[in-house]
Design a protein around this ligand. Structure first.
Ligand SMILES: Nc1ncnc2c1ncn2[C@@H]1O[C@H](COP(=O)(O)OP(=O)(O)OP(=O)(O)O)[C@@H](O)[C@H]1O
Ligand SMILES: [Mg+2]
Length: 253
């Protein structure tokens, strides 16, 4: 479980996060949604320790990040898997080398152990024949699977994904969303996903945090988001006609 208390983050006097408090639950896919520029990536990077909030607390299962010693911060960092926007694979490394990279960096595992674990996670993301391919030789959906395999290879307790299905077609997006949800439940990971994709909200929104102008405007589940009267949520979700119709049908039942 990750608990945020009153997180504030500014850049050059411009306050982007204006006091965010929330809880991201273990074994759940926690989604952060909101318009472009609402601060989703800044919040995720604050969880990662890339940005340092000027006030507030981030607590990882009882460990308050800002109060940890440098080596404790380093240890905590190895418990986090990250899927960056656009996959961010190393172009010159094969799929297997990409996936094994965190083990070579952060563990003392020998070659045989690394190979066994890489084989296991590639099989888990349904990519067992791609070991020797370069990222440029596989599709965007496969690249996402490689990025997910790399993010989970070191058995993370926390998994952060920034727009994991941007640039993918709807079917592939759904496959990737469901893969992340299955992995989250299977390994009891605290997963936080940034998205503006309403399909993702419908598929895997266990717990949804809606950001607006740097504030938490609403929080709830995928069942609740379609019936809430919160004006900001209704504006955001139903900017698409399709979803407005779905809502009307829902409310009629
Ligand atoms: N390193 C930075 N320095 C200055 N301003 C920044 C920095 N990072 C983000 N910002 C500003 O913070 C605001 C929120 O950005 P952020 O990237 O978190 O938005 P987002 O919700 O992830 O948007 P998108 O959906 O487009 O990815 C933007 O106005 C952005 O310009
Ligand atoms: Mg972003």
């Amino acid at each position: 479980m990750i608990e945020l208390k009153n997180i504030e983050k500014s850049f050059g006097g411009n306050k982007i996060l204006k006091g965010i408090s929330t809880v991201f639950e273990t074994g759940k896919t926690n989604l952060i949604i909101g318009q472009s520029g609402s601060g989703k990536t800044v919040l995720l990077k604050s969880l990662l320790g890339i940005h340092t909030p000027e006030s507030g607390q981030i607590c990882f299962d009882g460990r308050i990040y800002s109060e940890l010693a440098p080596d404790e911060k380093r240890d905590l960092r190895t418990e986090i898997g990250m899927v960056f926007q656009g996959s961010a694979l190393f172009d010159s490394m094969t799929v297997a080398e990409n996936v094994g990279f965190p083990l070579r960096m952060f563990t003392k595992d020998n070659k045989a152990m690394i190979k066994e674990r890489v084989d296991f996670v590639l099989e888990r993301v349904a990519l067992k024949d791609a070991h020797h391919k370069l990222p440029s030789e596989i599709s965007g959906g496969m690249q996402k699977r490689v990025a997910i395999a790399r993010a989970i290879v070191n058995r993370p307790k926390y998994l952060f994904c920034d727009e994991p299905n941007s640039g993918l077609d709807p079917n592939t997006s759904t496959l990737i969303d469901n893969l992340i949800k299955e992995i989250t439940e299977e390994y009891d990971i605290t997963t936080v996903i940034n998205t503006h994709d309403m399909n993702s909200v419908m598929e895997i929104g266990d717990n949804i945090l809606f950001l607006k102008n740097g504030l938490k405007a609403w929080q709830g589940t995928k069942e609740e988001i379609f019936i809430t009267d919160n004006e900001a949520v209704v504006d955001f979700v139903y900017s698409s006609n399709l979803f407005r119709k779905v809502r009307e049908a829902y409310l009629k039942e």
